[in-house]
Ligand binder design. Structure first.
Ligand code: SAH
Length: 385
């Protein structure tokens, strides 16, 4: 089987650079592209990136890339790839996705069907199976994707399974949770470090607080879940266990954290506590039912991250205007704190009463949102002897 691979880590629009940074921190050089980051590595890289990447969606293997303007070229291109290096006899290999963008070939179901035929034919040939007799597909699953962009087809195998944002700690999600990988990315964009106080005053199910604690404690986000590649016969189970064991050993238990989550809704606080317990960070976070308007603190140099209700989903317009204006007034005295507010409201700044130092366009699912960033004024800490 293969020893070296080209991988693609997929990322939500706007978060590619954060994913790129995480991949480099794991020791792999990479190229950041639109919606994806490309890197090379071995089987350890496959396991490690799935286990450790906080902001990516999925890790995929690039089986190959070729020009395909006609179905014949597509068939020959897919057929020419070394499928026998990935797919054992008897496995399931659906062409789970086909996507055509700015290309001559645009009928996606046909692209799927032709690609499937080409893989089948290649395996029949390689394993000396008679043509015309369908291959049995009963074993481990390898999901294949074909994407054609400007007449160039790229063929991928998904290694992850359900998206990496599913960490396995979410017992209940409540109304409008932010995806775990998006929360982790925003935390990395904020200048929060584990020695600073952290507050999410509209914490909902607690995603930001939990991701902050996991980041600080160096808890691998994938430690509590499984991945598609764990079913594959050529990924050594002992190697996977070794990587998990190393991840367990890497958890830091020696640090004190100051992380608080508040929400006006007591039921959300209960959910947040449950999720934090599942994630193994319950003792790191103080969750409390409170209105954000009642937030007061003497602490300095902290970071606030908030994903308040947006008009679309949770509150009507008047209530939003009032909430954002009260938010501005409540945060105003906290001059040394940095604030990061994620909302789809394009008039947020005028309602909040301050121009953001920086804005970053992101997508919360399919909803266009902005991350409004207000940087705290730097104040030296007075160290008490
Ligand atoms: N990021 C959260 C979702 C936040 S949704 C998650 O991942 O789950 C917005 C939250 O703001 C809701 O839970 C709502 O109860 C809360 N909220 C609304 N008005 C509030 C107020 N005045 N003070 C504090 N929380 C409020």
């Amino acid at each position: 089987m293969k020893e070296r691979f080209t991988f693609i880590a997929t990322a939500a629009a706007g978060l590619e650079a954060v994913v790129g940074r995480e991949i480099r921190e794991l020791g792999y050089d990479c190229q950041v592209e639109n919606g994806r980051v490309r890197f090379e590595g071995d089987i350890i890289a496959l396991i490690r990136t799935n286990l450790w990447l906080r902001s990516a969606d999925r890790i995929k293997i690039v089986v190959g890339s070729f020009k395909a303007k006609t179905f014949e070229e597509l068939f020959q291109g897919v057929f020419a790839l070394d499928w026998q290096e990935y797919l054992p006899l008897g496995c399931k290999f659906p062409i789970s996705k086909a996507k055509c963008v700015k290309s001559t070939l645009h009928n996606e179901p046909s692209v799927q069907a032709i690609s499937k035929k080409a893989v089948v034919k290649k395996l029949q040939k390689h394993f000396s199976r008679p043509e015309g007799v369908p291959l049995q597909e009963v074993g481990a699953e390898f999901k294949i994707e074909v994407s054609i962009l400007k007449d160039v087809a790229t063929v991928l195998i998904d290694t992850t399974g359900s998206s990496l944002f599913k960490r396995g700690y979410r017992a209940e999600k409540g109304g409008a949770p932010i995806k775990e990988n998006m929360a982790a990315a925003i935390l990395q964009l904020s200048n929060w470090y584990p020695d600073k106080p952290f507050i999410d005053p509209t914490c909902g199910s607690g995603t930001f607080c939990i991701e902050a604690a996991m980041l600080a404690r160096n808890i691998a986000p994938g430690l509590k879940r499984s991945f598609a590649f764990e079913e594959w016969n050529w990924v050594d189970a002992t190697l996977i266990e070794q990587e998990r064991e190393a991840a367990r050993a890497a958890i830091r238990s020696d640090i004190e954290l100051d992380i608080s989550g508040f929400d006006i809704d007591g039921r959300m606080i209960e959910i947040a506590k449950k999720n934090a317990t599942e994630a193994g960070v319950a003792k790191d976070i103080a969750f409390k039912q409170m209105r954000l308007q009642d937030l007061r603190t003497d602490k300095i140099n902290g970071v606030i991250v908030s994903n308040p209700p947006y008009g679309e989903r949770l509150l009507d317009d008047d209530a939003i205007v009032k909430l954002y204006s009260e938010m501005g007034q409540t945060f105003e005295p906290l001059k040394t704190w940095s604030k990061f507010i994620l909302t789809s409201d394009e008039q947020f700044e005028s309602r909040y009463g301050q121009q953001a130092d920086k804005k970053r366009k992101l997508y919360n699912g399919t909803l266009k949102v902005d991350l409004y960033q207000f940087f705290g004024q730097r104040v030296k800490r007075i160290v008490k002897e």
